[in-house]
Design a protein. Structure first.
Length: 184
């Protein structure tokens, strides 16, 4: 059995519908530093580090990687939910509608993204810290628990959702901190 630590990135410098790939703002950088200090002492021995390719996730991972002296792998399978072909103006309403949806009602490309994310996490055989995004964390939690809403909970910035991975698959050990944080 291994453990997967799903970490939501720190506070971004711009909302999802304001910039395609913003980095962290000053608060987000402080959150990432606190995460590294807190999480590094809780991790069991050696862990693999995986980050979404988006800047806010990589910048959140950087302090933990420095502290552990290891280089994170960047994995597109743990990137934010894809919104192909949508302008920034269209992305906000699209995401709001998605978050009000049930998994049975979402487009096939979103369900495929969810399945690929779960498969990637199942493929990490060792203890792994993954810095990713709120919607992906919700997609994985829903897949593990059978929850039907797309938005199961609102993971706070730099919160840690812990999954157990066994031969039977992934199960949720505990959800990260739930807060009314900005998803858009």
């Amino acid at each position: 059995m291994s453990t997967v630590y799903l970490v939501r990135h720190g506070q971004a410098a711009a909302a999802w519908n304001e910039a395609r790939d913003p980095g962290l703002d000053a608060i987000g950088q402080e959150q990432a530093e606190r995460l590294a200090a807190s999480l590094s002492g809780q991790l069991p021995g050696a862990v693999h580090l995986v980050s979404s390719p988006l800047r806010r996730a990589q910048e959140t991972m950087a302090p933990l990687a420095r502290q552990l002296g290891t280089e994170p792998m960047v994995d597109p399978a743990v990137a934010e939910v894809p919104s192909p072909g949508l302008s920034l103006d269209e992305r906000g309403p699209w995401l709001q509608q998605l978050l009000r949806s049930q998994w049975a009602d979402v487009d096939e490309h979103v369900r495929l993204w969810q399945r690929q994310a779960v498969a990637a996490l199942n493929g990490y055989r060792d203890d792994t810290v993954v810095v990713t995004h709120a919607v992906l964390i919700n997609a994985v939690v829903a897949a593990c628990t059978g929850e039907t809403p797309v938005l199961v909970f609102r993971p706070d910035y730099c919160s840690v959702t812990v999954l157990d991975r066994s031969e039977a698959g992934l199960s949720v050990r505990c959800l990260g901190g739930d807060a009314q944080t900005r998803i858009l």
